[in-house]
Write a protein that binds this ligand. Structure first.
Ligand SMILES: [Zn+2]
Length: 484
């Protein structure tokens, strides 16, 4: 097992947890070790490894700057897994009060060989309430020679009474660069020739877990030998290397729905796993999103378009059948369907047009009408923003697709330009829209919808206070930001 073989033996080898390592080293060299530690963080980020190094350092006969010597009998016994005074317990399989009682009985005996007895309780959140209470008693009055290290992947499931008794360290996901570096070192030591690109692929798949990364690397070597290619690595990890991911991303960005649908069908006909294919396409779009967001003249339209495409693809559910093209086709269609006429710039133009029509068709004051129109528009923009924060799809249905017809008492009447948006909002978005409108207006709101002709002059709006209320609550009209 490469993971055990290359498990860090000293603090300097623990990758990606520098602040924790530094704090522990300082505590050790100044002899200020706590009685109880709580190590929390995702799996495979070095919690138990660090606990074992800590156990060695506490007992080491030749401590050097807080680092264990890995030479003395105490260090050796821990490295060889024969240390009597390091007691490891997996709370996942020893959850009950009896197990903790047993632990407490063992704590009563002072260490037999070493200076300190170290108790390492892994997955401590799994303990039963009774067991937690028993543990708490021990933590309240620990014998002077005992050190506890509790480790957990689910910090929120550990009772606050336990957490407050411990010095807490939050382990973070290991950065990809650090994983690649460590893997490169191990590969070299193992006589394996593997490209940095391959190691990056592994690092990305491990999602910040060093243990998973090393295990994957080991599987690659076991399958393909000491000179694996990128294709082989991709293949083993089930990553799709298919140019059509790029093609689909481009088709979506350039609004080519026909091509996107053709590609979806082709890929499905070829028997590719559409979960992976879609994920790979999403990753390409995420890169573009990042590039767009970073550029000096941030293009808000492209940003919102990219994020809408990504959101739609990410929502596609292939669990029923990973080779079924339908979820992907639907995702492509919903991603593009709102784009051509409902981008925020277009909605501004729409308002301008209708203002012009209103002015020419009514006898109302030319000064008053545009102001009222614009405030109504601001309310609907604020509503769109609030709904989008809760549900991207609902946001898309409201984006420039409707206008406020009236707001009498508790009834909010929206006029939609297209049956599709109206039906979506009525059938799936009603609760959300009513909820968010209530928040904006600080009163109960019931939604009514109807279809309106985009070009028809609107009913003279009378409720400028709606928009004022929304603006007071911090709502910003989107189209103004877009123009800046
Ligand atoms: Zn030592």
């Amino acid at each position: 097992m490469l993971y055990s073989k290359w498990r860090p033996k000293g603090f300097e080898e623990v990758v990606g947890q520098e602040p924790i390592v530094t704090t522990l080293r300082n505590a050790l060299s100044s002899d200020q070790v706590a009685h109880a530690y709580l190590f929390s963080g995702p799996r495979g980020t070095g919690k138990t490894t660090t606990a074992r190094i800590l156990a060695k350092a506490i007992n080491c006969e030749d401590l050097n700057n807080g680092d264990p010597c890995n030479q003395c009998s105490s260090c050796n016994s821990i490295n060889e897994d024969v240390a009597f005074d390091l007691i490891e317990m997996d709370a996942a399989s020893n959850r009950g009060i009896d197990d903790v009682r047993d632990l407490r009985e063992r704590i009563a005996f002072s260490p037999s060989v070493m200076k300190h007895k170290v108790y390492l309780l892994d997955e401590v959140h799994m303990l039963t309430t009774g067991a937690f209470n028993a543990l708490l008693k021990t933590l309240e009055e620990p014998p002077s020679y005992a050190i506890f290290v509790l480790a957990t992947t689910e910090l929120h499931q550990v009772p606050a009474t336990i957490v407050s008794r411990c010095q807490r360290f939050d382990f973070r996901r290991v950065p990809n660069d650090a994983i690649v570096q460590r893997l490169a070192f191990i590969a070299k030591e193992e006589g394996c020739t593997i490209s940095e690109e391959s190691l990056s692929v592994i690092a990305r798949q491990s999602r910040g877990g060093m243990r998973d990364a090393i295990t994957m690397f080991e599987q690659v070597v076991a399958l393909f030998g000491l000179t694996p290619t990128v294709e082989e690595v991709n293949n083993m990890l089930g990553i799709i290397e298919d140019d059509r991911t790029n093609e689909l991303a481009s088709a979506l960005v350039s609004d080519d729905l026909v091509r996107a649908l053709e590609l979806s069908r082709e890929v499905s006909d070829d028997g590719l796993d559409l979960t992976k294919f879609t994920k790979a396409t999403i990753n390409i779009l995420r890169e573009r999103l990042l590039v767009t967001a970073r550029s000096k003249d941030v293009d808000l339209i492209s940003l919102s378009k990219l994020s809408r495409i990504i959101a739609n693809l990410a929502a596609a559910d292939f669990r029923r059948d990973p080779s079924d093209a339908i979820p992907l086709e639907v995702a492509c269609t919903t991603a593009l369907i709102v784009e051509p006429e409902n981008s925020s710039i277009n909605s501004v133009q729409k308002v301008d047009n209708s203002v012009a029509t209103t002015n020419s068709n009514t006898t109302g004051s030319a000064r008053d009408v545009p102001i009222e129109e614009s405030e109504e528009d601001r309310f609907i923009q604020a509503l769109y923003q609030k709904c989008r924060e809760k549900d991207v799809k609902a946001g898309a249905w409201l984006n420039g697709s409707c206008e406020v017809l009236s707001m009498d008492g508790n009834i909010l009447k929206l006029g939609f330009y297209k049956p599709f948006h109206m039906q979506k909002v009525e059938n799936e978005g009603r609760t959300l829209v009513e909820q968010q409108a209530s928040i904006l207006l600080k009163r109960d709101v019931t939604l009514e919808v109807q279809l309106v002709n985009d070009k028809k002059p609107r009913r003279a709006p009378q409720r400028g206070h709606l928009a004022k209320a929304a603006l007071e609550l911090g709502a910003k009209p989107v189209h103004l930001e877009g123009k800046d």
